[in-house]
Design a protein around this ligand. Sequence first.
Ligand SMILES: [Cu+2]
Length: 291
Amino acid sequence: MKRNWRRGFGARAAAALVLLVAAMPAWADFGLLNMTEGVTESSRQIYDLHMRIFWITVVIGLVVFGAMFYSMFRHRKSRGVKPAQFHHSTAVEIVWTVIPLIILVSMAVPATRVLIDLEDTSDAEMTVKVTGYQWFWGYEYMGEDVQFFSRLDEASNRARQLGSGIDPSSVDNYLQNVDRRLVLPVDTKIRFLITAEDVIHSWWVPDLGWKKDAIPGFVNQTWTVIDEPGVYRGRCAELCGRDHGFMPVVVEAVAQDEYEQWLAGQRGDDGEAARTAAVDGDDAGARLAAR
Ligand SMILES: [Cu+2]
């Protein structure tokens, strides 16, 4: 009877394994759940760090739970196994001190390297000051005489109102769009000075890598070099108040000459045209109209 049960268990375990392997193609979408690799050197470094630590924890999990379940199965009372009576082993003490130490060092060294790199704002070619307000962002291109506010776009803002009757799924980039984008050049080391006017906010565009707190009275700094032109969306990552969910960040990375052109245009008309321009969706026409 006992032998049958064991054979049955083996068969069930094998069936479970087959099912698991059969379900593997569905794991192809794992990337959707995972962190983004982003479009900057720092975001890739952070991603690599994340994957390295993820796999270390997977291996630890397999070893620890594997030993645990093996022991529970193999040394169970019904098999007549008698518990060992020893209570001290110098060898085990040494092993379970040294192994975690090696694991910790192998995580701490690359993590520290990345952290130090993220703080290194030296040799920046331009500086943008980011200020968090309740509930929108202010951007100032230092030394360029260009500054503006970036608020939730009108379409999202209308749809989010109670009883608006507008289906949010009909709004392009609902709650992830702004009236004025932060336009930045690619292949340029950009320093960000990040602060806030009222409460603590946090400026975060996942594709750029880090998120940085915007704290009243403090100026945090960080930097980026964006590799590819594109539109990168983010949000305030701090619970800053009632409308926290309505202060998205939209960064538009463009080629250097396009950026120069845009900057010149902004300097030229510090007036109504720029202030009232609205960007709806991603289509190029609306983008150009907004510039
Ligand atoms: Cu905020």
